[in-house]
Design a protein around this ligand. Structure first.
Ligand code: SAH
Ligand code: SF4
Ligand code: F3S
Length: 437
C-alpha cells in the first residue's frame, strides 16, 4: 500500500505556521507524506485562527468546500486543528458536517492516533490545554520555507489577558522552551544553509526559562551564531526593557527592527483593553528605542472601534501614529470574541460604519506615513539578505534589510542566501529600490 497523503492549510499567525511544521513532522513519523494538491489528499488538516470573526468565517468557507470533496472521495478525512478547534471543541463537529477530527494546539502528539480512531467512522475531539507542553523534542519539517529564513517558536501561550483577546483562552498559559533545544534547532538550521532566524512568541519579552530571560536568550543566540541574522516577534510595550534594547545594540547580527503593537493611542482605551501601559509609557518606550538603537525600524498593530471608543479617543490614535511615525502597521477593526473579558463586561457599541470609517482614516494616514518614512531611506546603504527573484522583473532580485524592509535591486545572477550591500535609490509603496555596491 502506498503512503497516505496529508494536505495541510494554515491560517493565523506565525505561531500557527510553526505549529503546522510540527504537525507535519509528527504525521511524517507516522508514515504520512505531504502533498501540495488537495485533490490527492487522504487527510486534510486545517490549522485555524480565532483572533477575529472573519478569520473563523474563512475557515468555515474552506470546510464547506472540503465537505463537497468528501462526498466524492470515500475515506477522505478532514481535521480542524489550532485555535478554532480549541475554542469550539465538540460544537465544531455539530456545526460543520465535514469535520471528522478536532484537535487543540496542545494535543498534536495525539494526532496520528486520533486520525486512526476517526477512520473507523466516529468523529473525535481532543482539546485539553496543557501547562507544560512545548514540543521541545520535535524537529519541525520546514516544508514551505525559502531555505534561508526560519521561524522558531520559543514559547507557547499567553497570560496577559488583554480584555479583547481570545489567545489566552485558546492557547493556554505561558510556557517557555528550554534554550538548549532552541540553540540546537538553530544549529541544525545553520548546517542546512539558513541565514536568518526569527524567535517567535505572543510576548517574547516575558520569555523565562527557570529565570533565564529573553535578553539573555538573544545574547546567547547572537553570540553562538554570529554569521546569522536574528529577529524576534512580538514584543509587548509593558515589558520592553532598556536591558533588551542595550543587548540588541551590543550585537550587530540582531536585526534593527521591533514590532511593538500599540492597539490604541488613548490611555483610557488602553485601560479598557487591559494592556497594562499608558500612551505616555508607550511613547517613552519609543523614545528609548530611538535613543538606544538609532536606525531601528518600528512597526505596530492598531485596533479601532473598541468598546466605548469616542471620536476623541480615535483622534488620539491618529495623533500617536503621527508622533511615532511607524515604518509599517497592521490595522484591524475590533471584533468581539465570545468569552473574553470585553465580551462579558463591555458593550461592543461602536457602530460598524463608524468602525469602518475610523479604520479607513487610520489606513490612509499610515499609508502617508509609511511613504514618508521610506523616502528617508533614499541614499542609505543597507546590508540585504538576498531571498529570490523579483516577481515583476526577472533581472531583479529581492531581499530584506535588517529593518525588515523589502529591497529590490538588479544583479547579474541570483545570490540567494548571500548578504549584499545595496544603496537605496527610490521607493514604491511596498518596497525600496536600489543598486548593488
Ligand atoms: N501578542 C500580540 C498580538 C497577537 S494578536 C500582542 O499582544 O501584541 C495580533 C493582533 O490582532 C493584535 O495585536 C491586535 O491588534 C489584533 N487583535 C487581537 N484581538 C482582536 C480582536 N478581538 N479584534 C480585532 N483585532 C484583534
Ligand atoms: Fe492577546 Fe494580549 Fe496576549 Fe497579545 S498579549 S496574545 S493581545 S492577550
Ligand atoms: Fe490566531 Fe491563534 Fe495565532 S487565534 S493569531 S492563530 S495564536
Amino acid at each position: 500500500m502506498s503512503a497516505k497523503k496529508l494536505y495541510i492549510e494554515t491560517y493565523g499567525c506565525q505561531m500557527n505556521v510553526a505549529d503546522s511544521e510540527l504537525i507535519v513532522s509528527l504525521m511524517a513519523a507516522d508514515g504520512y507524506v505531504l502533498c501540495e494538491d488537495v485533490k490527492e489528499a487522504d487527510v486534510i488538516l486545517v490549522n485555524t485562527c480565532s483572533i477575529r470573526e472573519n478569520a473563523e468565517q474563512r475557515v468555515r468557507g474552506r470546510l464547506k468546500l472540503f465537505g463537497s470533496m468528501k462526498r466524492k472521495k470515500n475515506g477522505l478525512l478532514v481535521g480542524v486543528v489550532g485555535c478554532m478547534a480549541q475554542r469550539l471543541k465538540e460544537e465544531l463537529i455539530l456545526q460543520e458536517k465535514s469535520v471528522d477530527v478536532v484537535v487543540g494546539p496542545d494535543q498534536y502528539r495525539l494526532l496520528p492516533e486520533l486520525i486512526r480512531h476517526a477512520e473507523s467512522g466516529n468523529p473525535v475531539v481532543q482539546a485539553i490545554l496543557s501547562g507544560d507542553e512545548t514540543y521541545d523534542d520535535i524537529e519541525p519539517v520546514r516544508y514551505d520555507s525559502n531555505g534561508i529564513s526560519a521561524f522558531i517558536s520559543i514559547m507557547r501561550g499567553c497570560q496577559n489577558m488583554c480584555s479583547y483577546c481570545i489567545v489566552p483562552y485558546v492557547r493556554g498559559g505561558e510556557r517557555s522552551r528550554n534554550p538548549e533545544t532552541i540553540y540546537s534547532e538553530i544549529s541544525a538550521l545553520k548546517e542546512n544553509g539558513y541565514k536568518e532566524i526569527t524567535l517567535i512568541g505572543q510576548n517574547v519579552d516575558s520569555y523565562n526559562y527557570n529565570g533565564f530571560r529573553f535578553h539573555e536568550l538573544i545574547a546567547g543566540t547572537a553570540r553562538r551564531f554570529p554569521e546569522m541574522w536574528i529577529r524576534f516577534s512580538t514584543n509587548h510595550p509593558k515589558d520592553l526593557s532598556d536591558e533588551l534594547l542595550k543587548t540588541m545594540a551590543a550585537f550587530p547580527n540582531i536585526c534593527r527592527s521591533i514590532h511593538l503593537p500599540v492597539q490604541s493611542g488613548s490611555t483610557t482605551v488602553l485601560k479598557r483593553m487591559k494592556r497594562g501601559y499608558t500612551r505616555e509609557w508607550y511613547l517613552g518606550r519609543i523614545e528609548a528605542i530611538r535613543r538606544l538603537l538609532p536606525g531601528c525600524s518600528v512597526s505596530t498593530d492598531v485596533m479601532t472601534g473598541f468598546c466605548g471608543e469616542t471620536e476623541e479617543e480615535h483622534q488620539e490614535t491618529l495623533s500617536l501614529l503621527e508622533t511615532v511615525s511607524y515604518d509599517f502597521a497592521f490595522m484591524f477593526k475590533y471584533s468581539q470574541r465570545p468569552g473574553t473579558w470585553a465580551a462579558r463586561h463591555l458593550q461592543d457599541d461602536v457602530p460598524e460604519e463608524v468602525k469602518i470609517r475610523r479604520l479607513n482614516e487610520i489606513i490612509e494616514l499610515q499609508g502617508k506615513i509609511s511613504g514618508r518614512v521610506k523616502k528617508l531611506d533614499i541614499g542609505q546603504i543597507y546590508d540585504v539578505l538576498v531571498e529570490g527573484v523579483s516577481k515583476k522583473n526577472a533581472n531583479e532580485f529581492f531581499g530584506r534589510n535588517q529593518q525588515n524592509k523589502v529591497v529590490v535591486f538588479p544583479d547579474s545572477e541570483l545570490r540567494k542566501g548571500e548578504f549584499v550591500k545595496v544603496k537605496i535609490t527610490g521607493s514604491t509603496p511596498a518596497t525600496l529600490k536600489g543598486t548593488l555596491l
